[in-house]
Write a protein that binds this ligand. Sequence first.
Ligand code: ADP
Ligand code: MG
Length: 699
Amino acid sequence: MSTEIPKLFGSLVFNDEVMRNKLPNDIYKALKKTIQNGTHLELDVANSVAVAMKEWAVELGATHYSHWFQPMTGFTAEKHDSFINIAGDGHVIMEFSGKELVKGEPDASSFPSGGLRATFEARGYTAWDPTSPAFIKDKTLYIPTAFCSYSGEALDKKTPLLRSMEALNEQAVKMLHLLGNKTITGVNITVGPEQEYFLIDKDMYKKRKDLIFCGRTLIGAPAPKGQEMDDHYFGILKPRVSAFMHELDEELWKLGIPSKTKHNEVAPAQHEMAPIFENVNIATDHNQLTMEIMRRIADKHNLICLLHEKPFAGINGSGKHNNWSISTNDGVNLLKPGRTPAQNIQFLVFLMAVIKAVDDYADLMRVSAASAGNDHRLGGNEAPPAIVSIFLGDELNAVLKSIENDTYFGKQEKIEMNIGANVLPHFFRDTTDRNRTSPFAFTGNKFEFRMVGSAASVSGPNIILNTAVAESLAQFYTELDGTEPEDMEHAVHELIKRAIRKHKKVIFDGNGYTDEWVKEAEARGLYNLPTTPDCMPYFISEKNINLFTKHHIFTKEEILSRYEIQLETYVKTIVIEARTMVDIISKDLLPAINSFAATTAKEAAETKAYLPNISCTAQDALIRRLTSDYTDMTNLIDKLKHELTQLGGISSMQGAADYCRDKIIVTMNEIRTIADDAEAAIPNDFLPYPTYEELLFYL
Ligand code: ADP
Ligand code: MG
């Protein structure tokens, strides 16, 4: 079987090999040109590709095709059409045209548009993205597409990502040419998103309304054991988990998704999958698919895959570490300290461009990771804090310091990275990342953005990274433009010196989880934006609108619409959680408290009847405690219901989100504290839902 893997890999993908085999040579060449250079595709080429795609798909059992897109819900969307058509003689034939391949017209009116719909028509278009390969799933040919409104506004997560890739490509190539690397015609932005998730038993899941409606537990007393023994991380896989992972890998491989690493994570029942990195557009599509396949394969194994950022209180939540780098089209990773002086000048310029980007646009980075779910995680003791800072490691810090202070960098151990002349320091490759608390860490040849939530599309974070780095490079270009080649090294040295002085405040190698860091970050003037409503106003600041419009990532209208949608999603999430809390407390927990209190009372009465002289003070105290919890929770549930009514009267989305943060979440937290106290006193038999202990340890 294992020898078959190379054959299995990508077997459901209309990839380069299939294209070469199935397409006439001139058509193949024309399509490749479009994929590589983004040139316009002629209709006759599209027609020819469509026929080949259909034949290939039908051979593999497909009956339908679907334009697959990524609306701003954060999920993927699809509309299925069959290939069938009625021929002139009345027979059914299987058909697929270039027009059907290139463009679809789903009704856009039921997808979030954040007000764009008020001004524009409800009609939406999907447009084929030939740079992300089509694939087969469920007897259907899936065609990755971009989704936009009738008048061209992006209504999805792919379009702005593609625009940001273009922006960064343009600036990076310009910079490389300026630095003397004239043969480069493009760069490849690479991303490897590590995906964390929980697996729990499906039968248990079905008994928890909070998991069903919110994807996370809203109440739950901690199990006697959490993650303190560090025995789960990299631990032996349980057979059910292992069977799930094997099947997951095979399904992902068939779809050409290079799943590489799998292991148990820190929290009980938590796991991780890491793929081999790919081009950012494909990696983003593949991560969306990965999440979907994870859910589906889990279901087959009578498991549920929880992708929420914080399914359980008191133990780690889940993130998605977005590993990001950029390489030239001749294969040189620009974030890898190089072997030659020229490569190291490039490395320093691109490294500094990222540092500058993160410092200038830390607010946008935070926005790109903001969601109701991820708010529970950021700042929690296991996750990167809500403050964006960069970890570089000792060696690189020393290199930058020596440039900043014009001192000689001479710690000559390990592999020397001789960059030649004396102006720029000699340095070494240091790939050790000793800091797991940093939200944005340099890990030897890439940056790892760890703030991203496990359920999120990686599109948003990469749009910001690409665009912000493009802007840094554009500014550096202006500073270096006109420099004679022989003066370039000196000019770069001076540029780095200026930039590091300006941006070093964002570099922090210490422990990001401490209170001291919060204070220091404030003194340094860094943003600390703990919640989604806190950071969203920054999305629409003048500085950030200028960035997006300058690089043609978003129009102002698109930004405003996305701002509304992100806040609206936040508010809706909190409302669903609050309603679920009302339900689970009123219908599940309160009756359980009541019947346990009644049983305790009945048994105490029987005990007393049997031994009249005995005092039942402990039973008495327990009944009083349960009754008092019952009363307090009932009152707070009334308060929560009232707050939900008040929320309905707030017209601005920002106002509603602020109200959720300041009132509703606060009340829910108060309810939870009491609920967990009560639950801890009640035997499992009395509870109509499984406890943390059962969910996390009984698989
Ligand atoms: P680490 O142990 O430091 O996390 P790994 O080599 O295990 O590093 O990689 C973690 C993730 O980073 C993987 O998904 C991997 O594919 C990805 N990655 C490695 N190199 C790059 C790169 N140049 N660009 C983007 N992602 C990368
Ligand atoms: Mg990693």
